[in-house]
Design a protein around this ligand. Sequence first.
Ligand SMILES: [Zn+2]
Ligand SMILES: [Zn+2]
Length: 338
Amino acid sequence: MSKAAVCVDFSKPLEIQDVEVRQPGPGEVLVRMVASGICHTDLHSTRGDWPVKSPLPFIAGHEGVGIVEAVGEGTIRKVGERVCIPWLGYACGHCRYCVSGWETLCPNQIQNGFARDGAFAEYAVVDGNWCGLVPDNVSSQDAAPLVCAGVTTYKAVKVSELKSAEVAAVWGVGGLGHLALQYARIAGGTAIGVDIAEDKLELATQLGAEHVVNAAATDPVKAIQDLGGADVSIVLSPNETVFNQALAALRPGGRLVCVALPAGGGTLSVPIFDTVLYGKRIIGSIVGTRNDLDDTMALHAAGRTKVISMGVGLEDINHSFELMLAGKIPARHVITEF
Ligand SMILES: [Zn+2]
Ligand SMILES: [Zn+2]
């Protein structure tokens, strides 16, 4: 049996239950969880907030880190390896997206913690070929947030094509934002942290942001335009207003990278005239590939990123969700007790 936080109803808190652990089938691995990060996506998916919903009941969690305890036939993973369980739990490998390095867009994909049970449990059975390896010198608690928050923002900076002389505004300095700022600086860019909480802006400064903007105290569009405008705006806050502000804060040639997923889907209103005249681009970016995940881990193993997190128990998960909704989480809660 495995203790798990199960979503039984979108309108109810997660239930801590003992669930059956099945043996891994072909291609699968059985992972004993050591750490499991709690992402904003888990909050939305377990409340049924989006146009697409997981069938009930299900176990969320897609920032899992654990030890392989058993393997099925035909997986590259081995017993004893420390692996991670990311959102992208399978892609077909044959479609036009998979063969062109865009496995994240595969129409046949299966997401861990959504289409298949995920990492909010003592044990998970997932596709072994889609589990990344965690480098030896990266702690499990650090690794967990990298599995979604890290890879997602690493990818967002990558698709933004941020150059060393450019400025990136990061909208929302939480679990994703605190890493996005660091990847923007690793790419050589200047980083602006935007948030509505002073403690998060202090964190942004500690992590190297050259500028911070408190969007509750000042008009962030004006503040950023006063600095010359942003070449890149990365939106990590699931708030429609923020998407519109992030677009308006761009300078000519700027790129808006949409990462957060607002409840209900969300709508962005785009002024066509400005978009054409100023050559602006709008890019959607969803998680990252297995290569991106390996890159994210390698950067951390090389000491180039810092993960801010707090360990919690599996039983505390509903409390973590409440704190997350209230914006009171210092970057990331990671389940370290199961
Ligand atoms: Zn996530
Ligand atoms: Zn595919």
